[in-house]
Ligand binder design. Structure first.
Ligand code: F6R
Length: 606
């Protein structure tokens, strides 16, 4: 989603901004823009990718203060007119914004009667003009203007403002959307993502919700909390992990990340469970986990799918009741939260707006909160009691692959840990033992990429797909369908096998293929019945099978035979060919695999 970069100091700002935007590209965007204050405000914008913007920046004058933005459209189509930075009606302020303003209409009507006009369709420009109106009313004092205006704003925002009258300070505020401030001996940086600043500094501060910061060339000048009290930040030093910058000879990041999975899994399994926490010691965490009576798992998209599988695994092996929910639903449905229950938020980025809000709700209601995270130094890290890390390295492809399988491995390890801690050691020993062999089986599955590619070639003309699975592999069906639709734009639905008869079977005909996941033994006979029902109606079936299944190949049109693993691990193994299947279809259809249209890597608005 939208990315922000800003700098004030002694260096040439243009390079810092363009390089920063380039680092934020992976988040997903549709247009970009940049403002430099060289005594006067110079702004360039472009629809499409940053290379277009880069060409325009060459002709700009140099400067030492500026702000830049990649936009992922929420209000108004992707266009230069709607892209940021926006200039206020008076021309006194220029601003970039990440987030969504929910009471745009109300703010707009308040300033309209004061003669304000907007030139774009964005909520950002309305917010900026509202701030501008208060700025003019407060003798052009930005702090008072922000305190006065932001109190009336409903929604989420991370904003950075430059005032025309000041060419050495950035005004920074956030509410619900991430922002990090960094500094070195040359000046002060701000970005929506720590990676944008990784080449410049290892010294950071993280503003909290409601904070207003006025940053100068020597770092933070003034800072205030939402209630107007002066704030002193505690500096954090982070060396940023390797971003996995290159594709290592693969055609796409997604393919590289798919092939990285066996190594990541092997390291995760041998590393075991290592909780990280600023609040609790390892012993205290064990004490909490010994006592918990129920678990809620929260996540969005692929992370929700791994949470669904988590429910199956934890309940079956650790015998603790688990409820898995979309974070976006949980946060608004007034859930019953029992003080002391464990709420696990799963998020690759640690910045997904709905997951952050759902976690906050649970924490405020007295739940113990845990994050399963990949990116370090995230907002979710700071807002959970303890964390488990995927250690999957940077995931650049927008479609999640290695983070998903790592989440599943961490959940399996956690289940074994919980089982032992709570006296269910026998129950989890099979799980713990078989995890050791998983990485090798994933390597075997990757060797089937040629077969998968040829199946993908055959079916790449289909406009619809049904994915079926049962038990542990029902969420696999959801994930397979999600992967296919997000990168190849093919309509795909994931269903539990038994549910097919309750509706989706009406769709089945010769042109509507089904991918049946039959890699677990427990549900094999039932899945075979589902396959027969589809075949009886003229539907085409591709089946993902396990090597101990001698029957099903003859029933289906195409099949892929995977190594046989214990059922509990079959979703992790099956994820590999599902990812490759989606990948090869997307390549066949000449889609932008790493940056699919309309999608963002980090979904920072609800
Ligand atoms: C799908 C995908 C998304 C994310 C979702 C949650 O391939 O990547 O569905 O899983 O946006 O993101 P995180 O895990 O960062 O909270």
């Amino acid at each position: 989603m939208c990315g922000i970069v800003g700098y004030t100091g002694t260096r040439n700002v243009k390079d810092i901004l363009v390089e920063g935007l380039q680092k934020l590209e992976y988040r997903g965007y549709d247009s970009a823009g940049l403002a430099v204050h060289n005594g006067y405000l110079e702004i360039v914008k472009s629809k499409g990718n940053i290379d277009e913007l880069r060409k325009k920046v060459i002709d700009m004058h140099d400067g030492t203060i500026g702000i830049a933005h990649t936009r992922w459209a929420t209000h108004g189509e992707p266009s230069e007119r709607n892209s940021h930075p926006h200039v206020s009606f008076s021309g006194d302020l220029v601003m970039v914004h990440n987030g969504i303003i929910e009471n745009t209409d109300e703010l707009k009507s308040r300033i309209k009667i004061k003669g304000y006009k907007c030139v774009s369709d964005t909520d950002t420009e309305v917010l900026l003009n509202y701030i501008d109106y208060k700025y003019q009313n407060n003798g052009k004092r930005i702090l008072e203007a922000l305190q006065d205006s932001l109190a009336d704003v409903v929604g989420s925002y991370a904003i950075v403002i430059i005032e025309k009258a000041h060419h050495n300070r950035l005004v920074i505020c956030r509410q619900g959307s991430p922002l990090v401030i960094g500094y070195d001996e040359t000046g002060t940086y701000v970005a929506s993502d720590i990676y944008a600043l990784a080449d410049h500094t290892d010294r950071f501060v993280f503003p909290d919700d409601g904070d207003i910061v006025i940053a100068g060339n020597n770092g933070i000048g003034e800072a205030f909390t939402s209630t107007g009290e002066a704030k002193v930040f505690c500096e954090k030093r982070y060396v940023i992990e390797d971003r996995g910058a290159g594709k290592d000879g693969f055609d796409h990041y997604m393919l590289k990340e798919i092939f990285e999975q066996p190594k990541i899994v092997s390291e995760l399994v041998s590393g075991g469970i290592n909780f990280e926490s600023n609040i609790y010691s390892a012993k205290e965490i064990d004490k909490i986990l010994e006592k918990i009576e129920r678990i809620t798992i929260l996540g969005c998209g692929t992370s929700w799918h791994s949470g669904l599988i988590g429910r199956y695994i934890i309940e079956k092996y650790a015998r603790i009741p688990v409820n898995t929910e979309y974070a976006s639903e949980y946060r608004y449905r007034d859930p019953v939260i029992t003080p002391g229950e464990l709420v696990i938020s799963i998020s690759q980025s640690g910045e997904t707006a709905d997951t952050l809000a759902a976690n906050k709700l649970a924490r405020e209601a007295g739940a113990v909160t845990m994050g399963i995270l990949n990116v370090r130094n995230s907002t979710l890290e700071r807002n959970t009691d303890f964390q488990l890390y995927l250690k999957a390295g940077a995931e650049i492809g927008v479609a999640s692959t290695k983070a998903y399988t790592s989440q599943l491995v961490i959940i399996s390890l956690l289940t074994a840990y919980l089982g032992r801690l709570r006296g269910n050691g026998d129950n989890v020993s099979e799980l713990a033992f078989s995890l050791q062999f998983l990485s090798g089986f994933m390597t075997e599955a990757l060797k089937l990429s040629g077969v998968i590619k040829s199946i993908a070639h055959k079916y790449s003309v289909s406009d619809n797909f049904l994915f079926l699975g049962r038990g542990f592999n029902y969420p696999s069906a959801l994930e397979g369908a999600l992967k296919l639709k997000e990168i190849s734009y093919i309509h795909a639905e994931g269903y539990p096998g038994a549910e097919m008869k309750h509706g989706p079977i009406a769709l089945i005909d010769y042109h509507f293929p089904t991918l049946a996941i039959v890699t677990d033994r427990e549900n094999r006979s039932k899945m075979i019945s589902n396959i027969q029902e589809i075949k009886a109606r003229g539907g085409k079936v591709i089946a993902f099978l396990s090597s101990d299944d001698k029957k099903t190949t003859s029933l289906v049109d195409d099949s892929l035979v995977l190594p046989s693993v214990p059922d509990v691990l079959s979703p992790i193994l099956t994820a590999v060919p599902l990812q490759l299947f989606a990948y090869y279809i997307a390549v066949e259809r000449e889609c932008n695999v790493d940056q699919p249209r309309n999608l963002a890597k980090s979904v920072t608005v609800e």
